[in-house]
Design a protein around this ligand. Sequence first.
Ligand SMILES: Nc1ncnc2c1ncn2[C@@H]1O[C@H](COP(=O)(O)OP(=O)(O)OP(=O)(O)O)[C@@H](O)[C@H]1O
Length: 564
Amino acid sequence: MATTRYQNSDVRRQVGSPRPKGRAAAQTDSSDASVPSFNPAAIREFTPSFDVASTATPSNGTTAHEAAVAYDPFSMQTVGQSLPTTPFNPYADDQAALGAGAGFFPSQNAYQTPLQPLQHHLYSTWGPKPTNLKPYERTTSDFFIPEDVRIDLTKKNEAANQVMPNSQLPQLDNYHSLVPLDTTHRKNASIFGYNSWVYKAKATRTGTVVCLRRLQDFRLSNEHAIRSVKEWRRIVSANVVQTHDAFTTRMFGDSSLVFVQDFHPLSQTLAEAHLATSSHGGRFAQKNPIQESVLWSYITQIAAALKVIHGKDLAARCIDVTKIILTDARANRIRLGACSILDVVHYEARRPVAELQQEDFINFGRVILSLATNTHPSNLNNINGSIEQLSRVYSVELRDTVLWLLSPQQPPAQKGIEEFMRGIALHAFAQLDVEEQSRDADKSHLSTALENGRQFRLMLKLAAINERHELSGDPNWSENGERYLLKLFRDYCFHQVDADGNPVLDVYHMITCLGKLEAGSEEKVCLTSRDEQTSFVVSYKELKKQLGSAFGDLQKASKQAKGL
Ligand SMILES: Nc1ncnc2c1ncn2[C@@H]1O[C@H](COP(=O)(O)OP(=O)(O)OP(=O)(O)O)[C@@H](O)[C@H]1O
């Protein structure tokens, strides 16, 4: 079998056969000692660490920047080449071409890192790891977002995209595709004084999914009432559902007041999550006793919300287990869900904010007492008895905290949220730690998604080139020149077969090949034609250039067709 070292010339001529046929076969260049031999095992449970493959990293000073992909997902041109002074682009293919003044650093020569060049073809290995694996062991799932996170996000996306066929709900002026979120027909008018309904809807102008809370049969008597919502737009807190707007409408067949809020898919109220109605008499029965650490987490988050709200001279007014939503059950993330509503509804009977803020503390205490004793707030008639019940299960500190919240101050003395926060600081730090750990895990997942995104862009380019029917009237474009090698690379990467011609589906091999191509590694690969008559030894770096140039042809033709 002839082995041809590829020289950037017309490979079609070197192949010597009009159109290669037959089974794809390819092998890694065995003359390159740095290349790990490819073991065509099926998807491995454990794959060796990429540290093993790292022996094959560029040795000729390929810099981090050379090895990275252009930021524009499809741009194969050096970004900013035509600009006189170009900002440093860490993703550019060729930093040298940017010119001396283009770098973030005084000149490219001055940029000499004492570190090894980054190995962009390797998946990063930072972030929390399963502890039962050796440091060099990785599972196939390591390359993707963890299953539980994927399921959670997918379910949330599904919930956000859910539609209701044959819906009788009206289309509003600025919102359409309403889907009711109330899971029960039981309506409780005691909180707002009106029956309320919650819908998911799509904003006509922006296409974003929002949550609409509708108060049925509400008659607006004062135009200024609705403007008080403006104040709530200023409240930006991780523990408050953001309110955007409020309007009245007759589209539901009555006079309704509607609040527009952020939509948090698959959220549950604290009552739904922790208190369950029994089938008889509407009494609430506990699902599982709530751990004390969860209660402290809730306390810390409600306090954080009140800090922002009271800090803007507003009062939450609606702190209730049925109006606080759990937006991420795994992380115990909660948000106050119905602030702003009572400011509009009770506009005529306005009361001093300081007084309402003091009431917030009492409602806050009732929420915690209700959760700790598994009693619906409307049944919390004997506070002392409930406190006693709480102290039988939970710590003295929790009991004292709830007592502090529930006991009214003798005027002119007033409770302050900062004073309360100082008192629970230890628990707030515990919550902070949980949040930081969860952020670490999310960052780690994000880095996996980043790597996958890079490879996905590469696959889009390959797919756009391989087997293209014709380009600019040339029916053989995708089979000629550099495109032919890209086709063989596609075979090498994805169409591996064993000695009997059976497919070898080695995810590790596919990911590694794409990673090296994406990084433009100096490592060489031996690509064999389908008829097994010709082989080409070519580096990933050259393949990457060829991919760029072939994709550039496509872009040029596409732009010409559009007259650009
Ligand atoms: N901003 C939001 N994003 C997503 N879902 C929400 C949002 N606000 C509320 N929900 C969900 O809508 C459903 C109904 O909420 P609602 O406040 O009406 O509770 P409820 O228990 O039905 O109270 P009530 O008896 O007062 O009507 C709940 O499952 C809640 O989790």
